[in-house]
Write a protein that binds this ligand. Structure first.
Ligand SMILES: Nc1nc2c(ncn2[C@@H]2O[C@H](COP(=O)(O)OP(=O)(O)O)[C@@H](O)[C@H]2O)c(=O)[nH]1
Ligand SMILES: [Mg+2]
Length: 279
C-alpha cells in the first residue's frame, strides 16, 4: 500500500478525510523516512487537494521535492571515467562497486577496480572474490597500507591499459570522522595527479532511516558527491530517505540496490519511485 492510497481512494469516492485519517497519514509519512520537514510540507499540499485529481496533484507535489540535477552517470568520453564510491561501513560500498563494475563489463567496456578499504583485510578479500566472479581486474595493496597509494596504482594501471572506467572502493570508518574525510580528500588528490575523478557516488542504506540524511550531509560537506546509490531497497524500507536527501541537499539518486547479487543494481527512475510512494 502506498503512503497516500487511502487519501486518494477517499477523495475519489467523495468521502471526507477524517481527523483520524490525517493523523494516520502523518504517522505513515514520518515512518517512511522522508523526515519531519517534508512531512509537514506534504500534508499542507494534501490539504489543498480536492476530488478526483488527488493522484496527479500529489505526483506534482512530490516531484517538486526531487533534485533537478541529472541522474545520468557522468562519463569522460575518450579517456578513463573515474568513479569513487564513498559511504559509511556496511552501507554497501564494496558490493555496489562490484555491481557497477559488472554492469560496465557487460556493456563491453573495460574497467579496473581499486580495493581502497585497506583498513579491513576482509574488505580487500571481498572485492577480490567479486573481481574473480565477474572477471574484472582488482588492484590492491598491503593490508593497512596507504589507500591513496593503492588508488594511485589503480589509476596508473587504468591509464596503462587505457581502461574505460576506474572504480575506487574506499574505507567507511577510520579513527574519527575528520580522519576519514582527510583520507578521502587525499585519495582524490593523489588519483587526480593522473586522471580527474568524474563521479563520487555515496551509498546510503535505505533501512537506516533519517540517519541516512545525516550521513549525506557529512559526506557532501567534505567531498563533492555527484550521486547517491540507495541500497537495500529489497527490504521493508520504502526509500523515503531518497526524497529527504534530494529535497534538502539536491543530490540526485542515480542507482538503487535491490539485493546482494550482481544484477541487483538499477538506475533510479523518479517516476516509478513516486508512483511507488503514492500507490
Ligand atoms: N539486501 C541487500 N543487501 C545488500 C545490498 N547492498 C549491499 N548489501 C549487503 O550489505 C552488506 C554490507 O555491504 P558491503 O558492500 O560490504 O558494505 P561496505 O562496508 O559499505 O563496503 C553485505 O552483506 C552486502 O551483501 C542491497 O542492495 N540489498
Ligand atoms: Mg567495503
Amino acid at each position: 500500500m502506498g503512503l497516500f492510497s487511502k487519501f486518494i481512494a477517499k477523495l475519489k469516492g467523495e468521502n471526507s478525510f477524517s481527523q483520524a485519517d490525517w493523523a494516520e497519514l502523518e504517522s505513515d509519512l514520518l515512518a517512511s523516512d522522508i523526515g519531519p520537514i517534508l512531512t509537514r510540507e506534504l500534508l499542507d499540499s494534501a490539504r489543498k487537494i480536492k476530488g478526483d485529481d488527488a493522484q496527479s496533484a500529489l505526483t506534482q507535489a512530490l516531484t517538486l521535492h526531487l533534485s533537478d540535477q541529472s541522474r545520468l552517470p557522468i562519463t569522460n568520453p575518450g579517456a578513463t571515467t573515474v568513479i569513487m564510491v564513498v559511504g559509511v561501513n556496511g552501507t554497501g560500498k564494496t558490493t555496489s562497486v562490484a555491481k557497477l563494475a559488472g554492469r560496465i563489463k557487460d556493456s563491453g567496456s573495460t574497467v579496473v577496480v581499486v580495493a581502497g578499504d585497506t583498513f579491513r583485510a576482509a574488505a580487500v578479500d571481498q572485492l577480490q572474490t567479486w573481481g574473480e566472479r565477474i572477471g574484472v581486474e582488482v588492484i590492491s595493496g598491503k593490508a593497512q597500507g596507504d589507500p591513496a597509494s593503492v588508488a594511485f596504482d589503480g589509476a596508473r594501471r587504468a591509464r596503462e591499459i587505457a581502461a574505460d572506467y576506474l572504480i575506487i572502493d574506499t574505507a567507511g570508518r577510520l579513527h574519527n570522522k575528520s580522519d576519514l574525510m582527510n583520507e578521502l580528500e587525499k585519495v582524490k588528490r593523489v588519483v587526480e595527479k593522473i586522471s580527474p575523478i568524474n563521479e563520487v557516488l555515496l551509498t546510503i542504506d535505505a533501512t537506516t532511516g533519517q540517519n541516512g540524511l545525516a550521513q549525506a550531509k557529512i559526506f557532501s560537506a567534505s567531498v563533492n558527491v555527484t550521486g547517491v546509490i540507495l541500497t537495500k531497497l529489497d527490504g521493508s524500507a520504502r526509500g523515503g530517505i531518497a526524497l529527504a536527501i534530494e529535497n534538502e541537499l539536491n543530490i540526485p539518486v542515480k542507482w538503487i540496490g535491490t539485493g546482494e547479487s550482481e544484477q541487483d543494481l538499477n538506475p533510479f527512475d523518479a517516476q516509478t519511485y513516486i508512483e511507488g510512494l503514492l500507490a
